[in-house]
Write a protein that binds this ligand. Structure first.
Ligand code: KIV
Ligand code: ZN
Length: 498
């Protein structure tokens, strides 16, 4: 079996999604889970981009032992200096530097020419090698770069010391056969690959829904590293999903390529990332979607009952879906909650566990069975603790043939405010009351209520986008009362206003 290296960029390319930003504590939690999952490389951030990213790379480097920690840079010396500094505590470290190589990037982004781009790429790789032995080069927009020129760039950076060469299909434009041919062309025209001096890496975006197909085509044609994210999150339509590539290789052993992924950790990792980033997983998402293993048609159900292999190519247990998982209730003790949190990859100190348990008991009063999503939400709930604006109370009356009326109490930096408003439905009334207190010109642009999945007492989850001062702010709220969840999400947006 050949070994394929898994490079996870959930915390870099994935985290670039508007509204999905994590704080350092949450990033460490995800990084530790990725380590348990068995990824080889964690791209922890783009240190020069913000103090938050710089700090996260430092803290993840300290928290994680086995995976290589990677930091992204442009082909700019200052970026590389900052990345090297951020990586100082990493046990294994990699600098990921690069530059756009397609004609449009060269002309419009850099106002440069092909030869100068090769010089800049080589200079950046050599400079990065002064700090670390492991340097990955990315040729941004390689998907739309002509193969002959791309091979010249890649040959030059391999000679300059690049240990990995990343060939991003940045815009998700390539067809699988084209992307595979590109990887094959590079493998055949750059001596360093067959000589074992460097390996080729895929990095595919999903704009045309072909990220996984392109990645697999790259692997079948010689790539030995794949750049992926949990749940396929990433800018626009996202990146290649880690879980899809890992399960393709597990199901198709004949390909003869294996990864270090412990597939039973896939589902808990997916839940954790979805919950911390407030990014719902589409129900029909391969491997980790709610419906991925749900057979609803009579013919399928009949077949599966006779023999699961009739319609199931993956045993749900192989990806960590445990139908018999203990459902927690009001009678569950701290130990049961702690145990379930550990299974989900969340480790809390005693003080935090006590707080989460208190919140758990309150929720269990309202809701019979507490599921994994609820537990993850509770464990992340103190994200709002330092918020300036908090909801104190909300009362709404609504019905058919009457106007909805809401009265709302807010605590803003310790001071109490109240307002009443009527509206075209309970959410409208509650938000109008909120706007009477927080008197700013803001517009609700998007409002998503996640469907109740388990029962009428389930938590409602609300995602919102609010425009204020020409900026878009993303907010999230979760509550057994869907109107309260909506107000929480709006308040979450306002708390982020600059
Ligand atoms: O998609 C892309 O080109 C990237 C690079 C910065 C690696 O994310
Ligand atoms: Zn990317």
């Amino acid at each position: 079996m050949d070994r394929l290296y898994i490079f996870d960029t959930t915390l870099r390319d994935g985290e670039q999604v508007p509204g999905c930003q994590l704080n350092t504590v949450e990033k460490i939690q995800v990084a530790k889970q990725l380590e348990m999952l068995g990824v080889d490389v964690i791209e922890a951030g783009f240190p020069v981009s913000s103090p938050g990213d710089f700090n996260s790379v430092i803290e993840i480097s300290k928290a994680v032992t086995w995976p290589t920690i990677c930091a992204l840079t442009r082909a700019v010396e200052k970026d590389i200096d900052v990345a090297a500094e951020a990586l100082k505590f990493a046990k294994r470290k990699r600098i990921h530097t690069g530059i756009g190589t397609s004609d449009s990037h060269i002309k419009y982004k850099f106002n440069s020419n092909r030869e100068e781009i090769i010089e800049r790429a080589v200079r950046a790789v050599k400079y990065a090698r002064r700090f670390v032995d492991d340097v990955e080069f990315y040729a941004e927009d390689a998907g739309r770069t002509d193969n002959e020129y791309l091979a010249r760039v890649i040959d030059a950076v391999v000679k300059a010391g690049a240990t990995v060469c990343n060939i991003p299909d940045t815009t998700g434009y390539c067809l699988p056969y084209e992307y595979g041919e590109k990887i094959k062309y590079l493998y055949e025209h750059v001596d360093g690959f067959a000589a074992g001096k460097s390996i080729l890496s895929t990095h595919c975006h999903n704009d045309l829904g072909m990220a996984t197909a392109n990645t697999m085509s790259g692997v079948l044609n010689g790539a030995r590293q794949v750049e992926v994210t949990i749940n396929g999150i990433g800018e626009r339509a996202g990146n290649t999903s880690l879980e899809e590539v890992a399960m393709i290789l597990k199901c198709h052993k004949g390909i003869g390529i294996e990864t270090n992924i412990n597939t039973t950790k896939i589902y808990p990792t997916s839940r954790m990332v979805s919950s911390l980033m407030n990014m719902p997983v589409q129900p029909n998402k391969a491997i980790v979607g709610k419906n991925a293993f749900a057979h609803s048609s009579g013919i399928h159900q009949d077949g599966v009952l006779k023999n699961v292999q009739t319609y199931e190519i993956i045993d749900p247990h192989d990806v960590g879906i445990d139908d018999n998982a203990i459902v927690l209730t009001a009678r569950s003790g701290r130990a049961a909650l702690k145990n379930r949190l550990n299974v989900l990859g969340v480790k809390l100190d005693q003080e935090k566990l006590d707080k989460v348990y208190e919140a758990f008991l309150k929720l269990a009063d309202k809701k019979k069975d507490i599921n994994d999503d609820d537990i993850l939400l509770l464990a992340g709930a103190d994200r709002t603790q330092n918020h300036r604006i908090k909801m104190e109370y909300l009362q709404v009356t609504s019905g058919v043939g009457v106007k909805a009326v809401a009265s709302l109490g807010l605590n803003i930096a310790g001071e109490k405010f109240e307002a009443c408003a009527s509206g075209n439905g309970p959410v409208d009334a509650a938000i109008k009351a909120l706007k009477k207190i927080v008197n700013r010109t803001m517009t609700l642009k998007e409002f998503t209520i996640q469907a109740i999945s388990k029962g009428s007492d389930d938590m409602g989850k609300v995602h919102m986008q609010v425009e204020y001062d020409n900026h878009m702010y993303y907010g999230f709220g979760a509550n057994t009362d869907i109107i309260a969840a909506s107000v929480e999400a709006y308040i979450d947006c306002i708390n982020k206003f600059q």
